[in-house]
Write a protein that binds this ligand. Structure first.
Ligand code: TXA
Ligand code: MG
Length: 316
């Protein structure tokens, strides 16, 4: 059921049920972080390996020290600037955070999401919400309530409807080690923005076999339709001209829109707008029974780097 009923949302969560919640990034599949049965349900519904930890969503920065300890000063600085917002911090966990949320790790991923409905909900609860993105493991992330409903049908009793997600890209994940700030996952906040606050940022090198954050798994965020990416959209389209092609163009492009199914992410190449529309375009094209989806790569800076990261995983 898709609804805006906050009272029902609270009731279900208090009964250890799993519901979908809107955030500014993507929809989350949420349950009481302190409840083993709620968290188990999340893993089951999402078909996610149990070792792959969940992000804990809290109502405000004041709650940070209830879930994490030995919090470095720079973590507070970043949280002050970006929360509520698409920044997830990996910190040493307090004992109150159960191992089943963190996949047995001694760290916990935390963020304050920036969505009025979900902030109201969090405020009304006596526990934080563990929530991964509300999609089956490995598939395209949901940026609208209907995406979640299409994936899970009755398995999720309520999709709290917060409209289309404003950023449309997952949060940026940052950790801290030996006075260094480490990027675990590219996200809605660009590296450039983080670097304007700290000069200690170290980029993670992705390892496929033993991912530290499974958002690092090579294949992820993937449509069912065969998908490729290119910098040269026009030529690639000619190459596949005998096929039923779906095109995801970063900005406006002159091609025959009657012949191909074309999604323009931002007419005039506005990166934020393009990011917001990216997953939604993939959801739509994936329903069209196409032979192939061709995605135009983004300029490799700012949030464009995040989208290119997702594109690279979608085409593996
Ligand atoms: O924008 C977002 O972050 C969304 C919304 C719902 O908040 N959530 C999201 O969750 O993208 P999920 O589970 O799809 O991705 C979270 C990533 C996973 O790759 C997970 O492995 C990583 O965060 N992660 C969680 N806890 C971690 C930890 N303690 N150490 C390292 N990575 C962690
Ligand atoms: Mg995810």
């Amino acid at each position: 059921m898709i609804d805006q009923d906050l009272i029902l949302a609270k009731k279900l969560l208090e009964k250890d049920e799993v519901i979908a919640i809107p955030t500014e990034t993507v929809y989350g599949l949420a349950g009481n972080a302190f409840s083993e049965s709620a968290v188990k349900k999340i893993f089951e519904i999402k078909k996610r390996p149990f070792y792959n930890p969940l992000i804990v969503h809290i109502a405000s920065i004041d709650k940070l020290n209830t879930v994490a300890k030995n919090i470095p000063e720079i973590a507070y600085q970043l949280a002050e600037i970006f929360w509520p917002g698409p920044l997830t911090l990996i910190l040493e966990k307090k004992d109150i955070i159960p191992n089943w949320v963190t996949g047995g790790k001694n760290t916990v991923a935390v963020r304050v999401p920036n969505h009025s409905l979900t902030l109201k909900l969090l405020d009304s609860l006596s526990f934080p919400l563990a929530a991964p993105s509300a999609n089956p493991f490995g598939t395209i992330s949901p940026t609208q309530a209907v995406h979640v409903e299409n994936y899970f049908k009755d398995q999720v009793k309520l999709v709290l409807d917060g409209g289309s997600c404003e950023n449309g890209m997952e949060s940026t994940i940052i950790g801290f080690e030996n006075n260094k700030v480490i990027l675990y996952r590219h996200g809605a906040i660009s590296i450039e923005k983080i670097e304007s606050i700290t000069d200690q940022l170290v980029l993670n090198t992705y390892q496929d076999s033993t991912p530290i954050a499974p958002g690092m798994l090579t294949k992820h965020y993937a449509p069912k339709t065969k998908t490729i990416a290119t910098l040269d959209l026009k030529n690639e389209i000619i190459e596949f001209s005998n096929f039923k092609i779906g095109v995801v163009a970063y900005q406006n492009i002159e091609i025959d829109k009657n012949k191909y199914t074309v999604k323009i992410l931002s007419e005039n190449g506005n990166m934020e707008e393009a990011a917001r529309n990216f997953y939604s375009a993939l959801h739509q094209l994936d329903k069209e029974n196409l032979d192939i989806i061709i995605i135009e790569k983004f300029p490799d800076n700012s949030v464009g780097r995040t989208i290119n990261d997702r594109i690279n995983r979608a085409i593996k």
